[in-house]
Design a protein around this ligand. Structure first.
Ligand SMILES: [Mn+2]
Length: 404
């Protein structure tokens, strides 16, 4: 650098510092709160439930399942080709066991994509997504055993994660109050908060345990003034007393977040966690048994929050914050099936599916199977099959003698 250039650069730095200092002085009298544009509290449409459509022209019908099939195939796309229900009366009339709904929240992450999750799952054509045949491992068909429906999408506010929490919580509560199990398709992981809070509204604060499958611990502290995002639901649930720390079980953490402070916070709150480091040391079978035993050693009700990034990005590339060296479907599927058959499951979510980042349909396909593992577990429990590690003798072995 020449001497002249150096002088010019120095001069520039001095001038720009002076300008910045003058601006700071000018701003000193402005209250930062005055710079924020707040919501208009007089706008009636801010309550999404107030904007429900006019139903006057609807065909009259008795409450119950709305079949959308035509010639044995769905005429209109729904989750797993299931019939549709629209109201709690429908759920009660049809004695629905499981009501799935979409919650297309993007803003908890701040990047477009996770909000497309419900549509992608509704659009899936392959992967046994609408088969009524039994799950080969256990010989149980969730489609035959359970009354399950697509309950549509929650009326979230696509511009605000904060304001999307109440409508989701209300929808979870509405389903749980009928005795059905809500299965929430995200959407980003901010959803864990309204999902579990909505269940705590019905079953009581502290009465629901949570298994949190994730590469991340999602208990981030306040940042930029935000109390909720896809990185904070766990901290909010514990701080607000919806779930006791000792009933929170984390599975699959790895990478570089959280740092030591995060682990210390989990210890202070008596949380249980199973990192990939523990799995690396002790092996999956041992850790899986620990998780299953801890789930049984909790409150009466269990919730599962499944962030698909707990799986290795080889299986779920279509997600916003992938972390290398995760779990495989062959490790996770038997755990999910067993958790859902051994416990009194009251809710399940699948979050962070981003089909816009899914190059080969891999993530959508695996997401569909993940949900079905849990559905199979719920169906096994309904049939009275709760023996750990149960497999169907017809499929798990042939009847020829093994060569010794
Ligand atoms: Mn997460």
């Amino acid at each position: 650098m020449s001497e002249a250039t150096r002088w010019i650069l120095t001069l520039l730095v001095i001038v720009s510092s002076a300008v910045a200092a003058a601006q700071d002085e000018e701003m000193a009298g402005v209250d930062p709160a005055d710079e924020v544009i707040y919501l208009d509290p007089t706008d009636e449409s801010r309550d999404p439930w107030s904007a429900l459509r006019d139903t006057e022209g609807d065909a009259e019908r008795e409450p119950g399942l709305i079949q959308i099939g035509r010639l044995g195939r769905p005429g209109v796309r729904s989750l797993f080709g299931l019939p549709v229900a629209l109201t709690p009366d429908d759920l009660r009339a049809a004695e629905v066991d499981v009501a799935m709904f979409g919650a297309p929240i993007d803003m908890g992450f701040g990047w477009r994509g996770a909000g497309e999750g419900p549509s992608a799952l509704r659009g899936q054509l392959r992967g046994g997504s609408a088969s009524v045949l039994p799950h080969m491992h256990v010989g149980v068909s969730w489609r035959r055993e359970l009354v399950a429906v697509d309950y549509g999408n929650a009326p979230i506010d696509i511009l605000s994660v904060e304001r999307s929490m109440p409508p989701v919580r209300r929808m979870v509560r509405e389903i749980a109050e009928t005795g059905a199990i809500p299965v929430i398709i995200g959407g980003d992981h901010s959803l864990e908060y309204p999902n579990v809070a909505g269940l705590a509204d019905v079953y009581g604060k502290g009465n629901v345990g949570v298994i949190h499958f994730d590469a991340h611990f999602d208990a981030g502290d306040v940042r930029g003034g935000h109390l909720i995002s896809h990185a904070q639901p766990v901290r909010r649930l514990v701080d607000d007393g919806h779930v006791l720390g000792k009933n929170f079980i984390q599975v699959g953490l790895r990478g570089y977040w959280p740092g030591e402070e995060g682990f210390e916070w989990m210890r202070e709150n008596d949380m249980r966690y199973h990192t990939m480091a523990e799995i690396e040391r002790d092996g999956w079978d041992v850790v899986m048994d620990r998780i299953l035993n801890e789930a049984l050693d909790g409150p009466e009700y269990l919730y599962i929050s499944f962030d698909i990034d707990v799986l290795d990005p080889a299986y779920t590339p279509g997600t916003g914050t992938p972390v290398a060296a995760g779990l495989t479907p062959r490790e996770v599927f038997p755990l999910l099936r067993t958790l859902c058959s051994e416990n009194n499951l009251v809710g399940f979510d699948l979050v962070e599916l981003n089909p816009l980042l899914d190059p080969g349909y891999t993530t959508v396909m695996n997401s569909g199977y993940i949900i079905q593992e849990c559905m199979t577990g719920i169906a096994m429990r309904k049939q009275g099959i709760t023996e750990r590690g149960y497999l169907n003798p017809l499929t798990a072995e042939d009847d020829e003698p093994d060569p010794e």
